[in-house]
Design a protein around this ligand. Structure first.
Ligand code: FE2
Length: 318
């Protein structure tokens, strides 16, 4: 077990609408809405929604900012995480293909990567965001018990994320020396890095697109804002930050308290924003039995709760 970066933790996306996210992540992909709160940056309120298994396990945690109401759209391109891939059991992609068709999800492609079967699709409410289901026989994690997806087909958590980039060399140095990952091979335009022996939620692919213009980094509908990796404790987080800066990766943040994590961010040489996250858990502000059912807001905004919900004007029907 690595004593530094341990694997994928959560990914944060700028999407379209709250209901569009619930329809896709809960009612189509079978994840659990484990927390509904706010992004606390900026003047206009924006939801922050968390989709996961029952308790919000690291390695199976997709968070969204439904961004359409701000009117700002993102530009897709290189320098971003371009694919969020989930693992599903071997033999399940036929069921998924049929079910996604019934839910009007556009399946873009079916192919094999590193010998595993892949189904690539669009977010129906935010087509710039692409996701994959990858058959992985080695993933033994228990899925969320969803009423929408039979257990034998259900998502187990992240398989991998893919970073699209224009040049591999500097990112190889970052992944190897700064992020304690190991290069394990290539398959066409994909180069694979793993940590802790690899497998689901311990894999990052780099997709080389030398001629693809950079996408933007700031918030806007249709982009992956950042990918967060788990670290064991705050001492290690400090150590990782110091070592990154020593290697020349000086675009690192101070530690930020994100309510459910303590986070340090780094702009990677590929352009994608990575985070080293220490988990605090989702039961810090509501009971386990009712996770995700209520709108949770920081205590300093409690008096504005009804006004904020009115301004959000983006009701959620589960
Ligand atoms: Fe994050």
């Amino acid at each position: 077990m690595s004593d530094r970066i341990q694997g994928l933790h959560h990914i944060t996306l700028c999407t379209g609408t709250a209901q569009g996210d619930v329809n896709f992540f809960v009612k189509t992909l079978g994840l659990n809405l484990v927390k509904r709160t706010l992004l606390y940056d900026g003047k206009e309120p924006v939801y922050h929604l968390y989709f996961s298994d029952r308790l919000g396990s690291p390695g199976n945690l997709t968070t969204t900012f439904p961004w359409r109401r701000t009117g700002r759209k993102a530009k897709s391109g290189s320098g971003q995480i371009s694919l969020t891939s989930y693992s599903v059991p071997t033999g399940s992609l036929e069921w998924w293909n049929e079910n996604l068709g019934k839910k009007a999800v556009n399946v873009l492609e079916r192919y094999e990567r590193f010998g595993q079967k892949v189904l690539k699709m669009e977010h129906p409410d935010c087509p710039a965001l692409h996701f994959e289901l990858i058959e992985d026989a080695g993933d033994t994690r228990a899925p969320f018990d969803s009423p929408y997806v039979p257990k034998q087909y259900a998502i187990r958590g992240f398989h991998s994320w893919t970073v699209t980039l224009r040049d591999l060399e500097d990112m190889h140095f970052f992944m190897s020396e700064g992020w304690n990952h190991e290069k394990v091979g290539t398959d066409g335009e994909f180069t694979r890095y793993t940590v802790n022996g690899g497998g689901a939620a311990k894999t990052v692919d780099l997709l080389l697109k030398p001629d693809l213009a950079p996408g933007n980094w700031s918030y806007g509908e249709g982009m992956v804002h950042h990918g967060a990796f788990g670290i064991p404790d705050l001492d290690v987080q400090e150590q990782v930050k110091n070592e990154l800066e020593g290697l020349g990766f000086t675009d690192t943040s101070d530690r930020k308290h994100r309510g459910y994590f303590q986070s340090v961010y780094v702009r990677t040489p590929a352009g994608a924003l990575f985070e080293a996250a220490h988990t605090l858990g989702f039961t810090v502000d509501e009971p386990e039995e009712t996770l995700g059912q209520a709108f949770i807001i920081s205590p300093q905004f409690e008096s504005q709760k009804e006004e904020l919900l009115r301004r959000l004007n983006d009701p959620i029907v589960l």
